[in-house]
Design a protein around this ligand. Structure first.
Ligand code: ZN
Length: 495
């Protein structure tokens, strides 16, 4: 029996606005698309919250036994948002005196470094907008052919009203076209667009625009929403399982994606839409444009708060909130998370070398422990409830730490349950939640192994088996550990 049958997953679907049982189109295969960053500047910790959320989803789906194709794009064409008029990549290239593609490469590398720091798994495919220009032109042409777009002055615009008449616009965000119209600014007559709600599928490039490609409508570049419609369906099929992204992308970006796909293929592209909520600072959304974004460096190396924090403490802090709620970041909140994570790490370390002592098991505690281990998966399968899963891990850690501190007998758990705990507790933390033991904890662990090697070598010497004793010394040396025999016994040094 696969884990996904034992612990069936439910997901809050932003499209139906309900929690639903997750059933992939073609079990056990799952297609997952997540909007990646625009690589024109450093990602900040608010951006990383969404990527960490979907990293855990990817890990958990895989753990449940699904075969996941995880596509996360890089937006490497600088898009202007409708109102602010300047291409972000070009602006950055001008400021840093770089080629646009140098800007893109620099911040793609940066993003990958940060993903590694926070222990994110790489996606199965990481497509870029610039590598899919032909497909974007094809989709824009298809939408034109369907009568739901128009050409104006070398640009192609999506005709929201025409789309609305045929298919209905606003399914995902719940926004109605007449309300949107009354809230949007009036066109000034100079505008290429017929309606302020229309958005660009293709933009005519002015002479100053360096990133440009030929198209049937003249030289230009694709609109932002189009790349995700193209790259998600190219790799996952016209209708695929899960599309994720930050809450701020739901409208207009994801709404426009839906409209483009429906207009071109007639099919709704996504069955489950998932949105990770915002990271806030003093209750305000963190964003670069508001100037309150916390950089990764400020957190890891210090500068924002009175001290620095490790990547894993921050990851743990973020996972202690459900992805659908907002989280307010503060020094005291990360510190509290760090303490909690330390307690889990103590149990994690203790389990590595824990052996059951002989004696009677406490069958009540044993049954409760088994139930708690199942409970972790039940919570994760309940719309990825990481805070509740972590709360259960704390309960399990209490038992482990009590055994370690000899507050309860070392025989309290049966051999079977202890083995299961030794196997699953680290697996949940490491493989599913993507956390790593701190390096101090790791060196403690190494200390334990080295102590064991030293004891074996001493025993060999006591047995006058000098060949074995020398072999242990030489092989440790090859592995970078030098043994020194002195007055106080043998000491070791790591090289
Ligand atoms: Zn996107």
């Amino acid at each position: 029996m696969e884990n996904f049958e034992r612990f069936p997953l439910t997901i809050y679907n932003s499209l139906s606005r309900k929690k639903e049982a997750f059933t992939p189109i073609n079990t056990p295969f799952v297609g997952l698309y997540v909007c990646g960053p625009t690589v024109y500047s450093e990602v900040h910790i608010g951006n990383m919250r969404s990527f960490i959320t979907f990293d855990v989803l990817f890990r958990y789906l895989s753990h449940l036994g699904y075969k996941v194709r995880y596509v996360r794009n890089l937006t490497d064409v600088g898009h202007m948002l409708d109102d602010d008029g300047e291409d972000r990549v070009l602006k950055r290239a001008r400021l840093e005196k770089l080629e646009p593609m140098e800007v893109v490469q620099k911040y793609s590398n940066y993003f990958h470094d940060v993903c590694k720091q926070f222990n994110l798994l790489p996606p199965s495919i990481e497509p870029t907008a610039t590598a899919h220009i032909i497909e974007q032109i094809q989709m824009a042409q298809k939408i034109l052919d369907q009568g739901m777009a128009y050409v104006s002055n070398g640009s192609v615009y999506f005709d929201v009203e025409a789309f609305d008449k045929k298919h209905g616009y606003g399914a995902l965000s719940g926004r109605k076209i007449d309300e949107l119209q009354s809230n949007s600014r009036k066109l000034d007559g100079q505008d290429e667009k017929r309606s302020p709600l229309d958005f660009a599928l293709w933009k005519n490039a002015g002479p100053e625009h360096i990133m440009r490609w030929p198209s049937p409508w003249g030289e230009g570049f694709p609109g932002w929403h189009l790349e995700c419609s193209v790259m998600s369906t190219k790799y996952l099929g016209e209708t695929f399982d899960i599309h994720g992204g930050g809450m701020d992308l739901k409208f207009p970006h994801h709404e426009c994606e839906v409209a483009q796909n429906v207009a071109s293929s007639g099919e709704a592209p996504v069955r489950y839409w998932m949105h990770a909520n915002m990271l806030t600072m003093n209750g305000t959304k963190m964003s670069k444009s508001l100037g309150n974004a916390i950089s990764i460096e400020e957190l890891i190396n210090g500068g924002k708060f009175s001290r620095a924090f490790s990547e894993m403490s921050i990851r743990f802090f973020l996972l202690q909130a459900h992805y659908s709620s907002t989280v307010d970041i503060s020094e005291s909140a990360i510190e509290a998370a760090e303490k909690g994570f330390e307690r889990l790490q103590q149990a994690w370390k203790a389990l590595i070398n824990m052996e059951r002592s002989s004696g009677e098991a406490n069958m009540e505690l044993d049954a409760a422990t088994k139930k708690l281990l199942d409970q972790v998966y039940v919570e994760l399968s309940n719309d990825l409830n990481t805070p509740k899963a972590i709360a259960v891990l704390f309960d399990l850690a209490n038992t482990v730490n009590s055994i370690k501190n000899q507050q309860i007998p070392g025989s309290s758990l049966t051999e079977e349950t202890l083995s299961r705990l030794k196997l699953e507790f680290p697996k949940i933390l490491e493989d599913i939640l993507g956390l790593k033991l701190s390096s101090e904890a790791k060196s403690d662990h190494l200390d334990g192994v080295l102590e064991l090697m030293l004891r074996m070598r001493n025993q060999a010497r006591a047995d006058r088996n000098f060949a074995l004793a020398d072999q242990i010394r030489d092989q440790l040396k090859d592995a970078g550990v030098e043994l020194k025999d002195g007055k106080n016994g043998t000491e070791y040094e790591l090289n």
